[in-house]
Design a protein around this ligand. Structure first.
Ligand SMILES: [Zn+2]
Ligand SMILES: [Zn+2]
Length: 379
């Protein structure tokens, strides 16, 4: 993979104007209408892709941090926001889902403040056509919510958290360790208050002092058109609530798309096969085939060859974030030859065959060259 900054010929700290200028200049230089050198078109596409990423502050930041992996495989989607597509980026963050550990942003830096709750993963299988055209889907997600009796404090209403007696509110404890090399002081999280500096004297009955309770929440999620197996959707704030009123983590919906019996997906392209008779292939025909938009007529041109691929433009998968842009539906033609013939068919075909051997190109072939010599010798 080429470095996007190198592709545009700018330094890594180029500002937006410099990027834009460099992009225009490069794009003009390699535009396929102007530049007919081999590789120019590839280069032009690369330039477009580079600017698509670097021209947007958000995707640029992601690219700077994680490289191309941070952008998530699918074709450029700079304005996706919360809609997923950052697959690899998230995988970098979450080495262990649901392990009960702290969420990615909680902990260390915010030792004294309320911790953010865990992010959650929810696996959802959807139908092929729903993945193509999008869907509103209701799901029930078990997650932790802030206890509404104590409002997350974990303390009985009327009482409040008190300063931790172990650490005196510091959230940390110091331990002196003596070794042959001298005495070291280690700083560790307070085991009593978990670093918050506060403790509960009278725990809330509703949540047992946890400040959170397990709830199955009904959520309606909006699945955009064009998603595929592996797409992750982020529903912000629907992960676990943080302990002691801390902010909630996010919910990540991992999509799996069911297979379709006849349509196969390859990126934005849909592939399928159709059987036609040899007569339809030779004479041409108009047949009805299945597409994601329902039954559609397909013209079989005169003289269609076996395994020819016909294309229905704009009947493929919509691009995520830009559903107007759709791929194509490609249909491979299986030409079926009859294994049995009726007498009438046989007569007609033999007549046709005779017609060919008298007039067709093979006629000349038989009369001259090696083949005809061999042919004569054998007689
Ligand atoms: Zn409570
Ligand atoms: Zn403490």
């Amino acid at each position: 993979m080429a470095d996007f900054y190198e592709v545009l010929g700018v330094s890594r700290n180029a500002d937006a104007d410099t990027l834009k200028r460099a992009y225009r200049q490069q794009a003009r230089k390699y535009h396929p209408d102007i530049n007919k050198e081999p590789g120019a078109e590839e280069r032009f596409k690369e330039i477009g892709r580079a600017y698509e990423v670097l021209g947007d502050a958000q995707t640029r930041a992601r690219y700077d941090q994680f490289g191309e992996a941070g952008l998530g495989g699918a074709a450029g989607m700079p304005d996706m926001g919360d809609m997923g597509g950052f697959a690899d980026l998230f995988e970098t963050f979450f080495s262990g889902f649901g392990g009960g550990g702290a969420g990615p942003q909680s902990g260390r830096q915010q030792r004294r403040g309320p911790q953010q709750g865990d992010d959650l993963r929810y696996d959802l299988t959807i139908d092929f056509d729903k993945a193509v055209f999008g869907q509103e889907k209701e799901i029930k997600v078990p997650h932790l919510e802030t206890c509404d009796i104590c409002r997350g404090s974990g303390a009985k209403p009327g009482s409040g958290p008190i300063t931790c007696t172990t650490c005196g509110g510091a959230g940390q404890v110091r331990r002196a360790t003596r070794t042959p090399f001298g005495s070291f002081t280690q700083v560790a999280e307070c085991p009593n208050c978990g670093g918050s500096g506060q403790m509960i004297k009278d725990p809330c009955n509703a949540c047992g002092g946890q400040g959170v309770k397990q709830v199955r929440k009904k959520l309606v999620i909006n699945i955009p058109s064009g998603v595929d197996t592996g797409t992750r959707l982020r529903v912000s704030g629907e992960g676990n609530a943080g302990p002691r009123g801390g902010p909630s983590g996010d919910l990540y919906v991992f999509l799996k798309v069911k297979k379709h019996p006849t349509l196969k997906r390859d990126g934005l392209t849909i592939n399928s096969e159709v059987n036609v008779s040899y007569l339809q292939a030779i004479l041409g025909d108009s047949i009805e085939i299945d597409t994601v938009d329902g039954p559609t007529r397909l013209q079989i041109p005169v003289g269609t060859q076996p395994n020819a691929v016909l294309t229905l433009e704009n009947k493929g998968i919509p691009k995520i974030g830009n559903p107007v842009a759709r791929g194509n539906h490609c249909i491979s033609i299986n030409v079926k030859l009859p294994s049995r013939l009726s007498d009438q068919e046989r007569n007609l075909l033999e007549e046709l065959a005779g017609h060919y051997s008298n007039r067709g190109p093979q006629h000349h072939y038989h009369k001259s060259g090696l083949f005809s010599k061999l042919f004569r010798k054998n007689q």
